[in-house]
Design a protein around this ligand. Structure first.
Ligand code: GFB
Length: 330
């Protein structure tokens, strides 16, 4: 099971380095002394285009690949843009996996998502819950694409002997997240709503659904550490869950964010918006047995993300705030 560590002078391609996950993987690799990190922005390389991806791999010859690129979004974006979510993700996985095979990549780590598991899977969800029941309808196209990515890696491993592995992260958050209210996930959306309410002197904020849905949240720098850990320590057939093993209700999440940044605020629920999956908690015992567990608590991660946001307000898409006098948040 144990493999040798990736040497810091190896060439490592982080596909999707401008996203939440990719940016964290690059930060983590730099921290570990990696000197040959390859990246390609969307303008430079359309990852959905097999010919372009082959050309790029032929020219750059990466030894290791973190395949963390994708079209992602929260519950609303998934429902509004199902075609993009399935097409983009299936294409990106197919091209990068195939080019990695063609050009002799030593090892590839593909990231899926906890939404690959059935809507009513037994909780916490173990890796073998995959394909045992119907998916959550609000993100089925995205989940199907992610499942195909896992199966792609398994098939290339079986037929061609490629050392391609998969990790399944739970809901993520942290620096570099998407804070756009329509397309984001719940945690950045609530952070933004709280900040804007405070800035505008409002004491009420709107939160979607009923607040009863349960979610698990992993700080993205912890995820990046787990990715490097798996690259160094895992080369099994099956995918590996990556999470905290802890869950909170959306109500508790909203209350925590309010307590950190705007304690006088109260919540107005909008039950016309969907709750989505009732629960989505990963069983992380496989990863723990390999030797990795997360370290950043939810409140701590939220404070760190607020700090990042305070320093990067100008760069955050759609954010109407341009300064926050009383930053950082408590
Ligand atoms: O994070 P989220 O959009 O996605 O929503 P999922 C989680 C829960 O938060 C739902 C509630 O119950 C939402 O109704 N929520 C409350 C909000 N207020 C808000 C808000 O202002 N914005 C958002 N976005 N939600 C995603 C999938 O599911 O999980 C993706 O759609 C992906 O495909 C991701 O798999 C990990 O957790 O429901």
């Amino acid at each position: 099971m144990s493999t040798s560590s990736v040497r810091p002078d190896s060439s490592v391609f982080v596909a999707g380095h401008n996203g939440l996950v990719g940016a964290a993987v690059v930060r983590r690799l730099r921290l570990a002394g990696f000197t040959n990190i390859l990246t390609a922005s969307r303008d430079q390389l359309d990852l959905r285009d097999q010919a372009a991806v082959n050309y790029w791999f032929r020219a750059n010859r990466p030894h290791y690949v973190y395949l963390v690129a994708g079209t992602v979004g929260g519950i609303w974006a998934n429902s509004q843009r199902p075609a993009e979510f399935i097409y983009d993700n299936m294409m990106i996985h197919a091209t990068v996996v195939h080019a990695s095979y063609l050009f002799g990549v030593e090892k590839l780590l593909y990231l899926g998502s906890s939404c690959i598991y059935p809507r009513l899977a037994e909780q916490p969800m173990t890796e073998d819950a995959l394909l045992t029941g119907l998916l959550e309808p609000t993100n089925e196209p995205y989940a199907i694409a992610k499942i195909s990515g896992i199966k792609l890696c398994e098939a290339y491993r079986r037929q061609y002997g490629c050392n391609f592995i998969s990790g399944m992260p739970t809901n993520l958050y942290g620096p570099n997240d998407n804070f756009d209210l329509e397309t984001s996930h719940v945690l950045p959306a609530l952070m933004r709503k709280v900040l804007e309410a405070r800035h505008d002197g409002r004491d009420e904020l709107e939160v979607w659904g009923t607040g009863s849905a349960m979610r698990e949240f992993l700080f993205v720098d912890d995820l990046a550490e787990a990715c490097m850990f798996l690259m160094d320590n895992y080369e099994g057939d099956g995918h590996v869950n990556i999470g905290t093993g802890l869950e909170v209700s959306i109500r508790e999440l909203a209350e925590t964010i309010i307590e950190v940044a705007h304690p006088t605020a109260s919540i107005r629920w909008d039950p016309t918006k969907p709750d989505g999956a009732p629960r989505k908690l990963l069983d992380v015992s496989k990863l723990a047995a390999l030797g990795w567990t997360s370290t950043t608590g939810l409140r701590d991660g939220i404070v760190r993300t607020f700090d990042w946001l305070g320093q990067n307000l100008g760069a955050v898409r759609g954010m109407h705030l341009r300064s926050l006098e009383d930053f950082p948040a408590g």
